[in-house]
Design a protein around this ligand. Sequence first.
Ligand SMILES: [Ca+2]
Length: 449
Amino acid sequence: MFVKVLCFVVLLKCVVAVGESQNQATTRQRYSGYNVNNVNQNDYISKIFGTVTGLQSSSHDINQKLDEIDNKVSRIDSETRNGFASLKNVVGHETPSATLNHVKREIEAMRLDLMSTTHKRQADASSSEPDCSEKLTAIATLLTSTRSAIAGIQRDFMSFSTNMSQLLALSSDIHKRQHLLPTKQYLNNVVHATTSPHQRIPPVYGILNNPPRLGSSCFHISQLSSSVTGDIEIQRIQVPTIPEPFFVLCDHETQDGGWTVVQQRIDGTINFNRNWLEYKNGFGNIAGEFFIGLDKLHAMTTSALCELLIVMEDFENNTRYAKYSAFAIAGEREDYAMNLLGGYDGTAGDSLSFSASYKFSTFDNDNDGWVEGNCAQAHTGAWWFNACEMSNLNGQYLGGNEGTGKISANNQFQGIYWNTFNGPNYSLKSVKMMIRPVAERTNFYSNLD
Ligand SMILES: [Ca+2]
């Protein structure tokens, strides 16, 4: 609008100027000579009119352009306002300078806060140093006293250990001497004897509270005492599962000794063709020919793991042996079955593994593996018969006729035989079955190491 007014003023001035110029020209004509002719005046008027017309036309063009300019300015003004409005929204309805000032104020506040915090921390640190030092000193003192207390406890413990060892040794000694103490009964007897002039004071051996402990095997007994007097001797042993002690023949000579003999044949003086009950309980003479009995054999071979040694001799004075690393038999309820037989070692050959796991049979108790017959009856022996056997060490003593062990064909399998040593047509001169505890012996020799 302002531009329009300006243009109008300019146009008006132009018209006025044209008018003045026309008046001045008229005045100059009037004062220069009143004689100017009318033709020239008309030409001037026509020219002026043409000029005014041209000016009017130009003014119109100018007006149009001014309108265009005015429109453009209006559009720019509108766009600028919109731009400002958008910018205002972006900066949060504040002007950039206001935002900047706000940010500056915030930064300043943060700086002041930071300085304040730093000063405070420095002050705290300087004030807390003495406390830490005191605490460290207290902890060091506590550690020293704790270490001292531990050392004291260690000394006490060592002393306690020494005392305990001495106490145990004393206790063991007392235990060893305990059986020497007189019993109440013995003291009563002594008192009674002293008050009665006709009573004799009982002998000293009567005071024994417990009899001397017996070994559980020949090997065990040889380790317990120095009572072993010879290579072969009779000893009394006590097997845990049998209430009463019993005599056994010990072999301290063969293969490092310590063997308990469970069966022996030497001359045929004892009949071995016996029934179940006799084999169960044992028979014969411990000092000569005998079978120790299946119950005892079961007790001995199950109270400790035993090895088995069989030594045999023929009439030509050839001696052979068969050794098995383990041997045990079951109880009567399982017919004394040979339920453990270890590996073989020896010179006679293995003629017993054939019987392993088989039950014991006598002529009156057939437990063998021969379904149709009775091995004990057919071979006149008592053994752990399969169907029937490779050995029959409880067979008849048939050798010795004419100084030989060879027997007639009729008596095959009937004699004392070992299939891999002279075979079933030969009856051996002597045989000895022996057992020895394995674990006890192993422990004994490992203790010596
Ligand atoms: Ca049978």
